[in-house]
Design a protein around this ligand. Sequence first.
Ligand SMILES: [Zn+2]
Length: 239
Amino acid sequence: MASPAYEKILALQALDLSIMQLRHRHANHPIREVLDELNAERQQLDVVGAELGERHHDLERQRKRFEDEAALISDRRADIDKKLYGGEVTASKELLALQDEAASLKQQQTDLEDQELELMEQLDELSTEQGGHDQQLNGLQERIASSQAELDGQLSEIDTEIAEVEGNRNVAAADADSALVEQYEALRPLYDGVTVARLTNGSCDGCHIQLSAVALDQMIKMPEDTVVTCEECGRMLVR
Ligand SMILES: [Zn+2]
């Protein structure tokens, strides 16, 4: 049985270990990984969305070009009709030329209408694709939001727990022997959680190395409140 002073340091260490574990849980919460994956998925969807948007923009631009072209043809046809039926052109050669042009314009108009129709079909298909994409994105965003909310809730619970344990830790530190606390604090950065180790059957349970008979003999002879450290790893030893 260790001296009460050492038991208090061990209790302090146990609280520090709890805080470390809670912080670890906070930093490595599994939902963080889920969120990383969801966010990566969203980034991919954003890229696809941008591509679809660009294609839509291109098709709309093409449609505008067709419209402008159709308007020009239509104007020119009206112009020719006026000349043909207005009686101002009488020379048969000129009339023939105008009739030829009118026929050619009509053909152009038909071709243009076919192209426009095809374009509208493409736009339709693209809109369907964009709709599906938006739906996928919305679903994903909902999942991200709900995972984030779940994570926030759980992290805040851990934060509350950390604050509680830290409170207990401060009480325990104030209650423990100040010289031991000081040494413990000084050594703590060197070890991963276990700074104070128990001496069990002659070996240090920090590094699990058997102490030499000489060292053990010296320790036994020392007053109970003397701080002893492991000759191998340097941890504070509780006898
Ligand atoms: Zn040791």
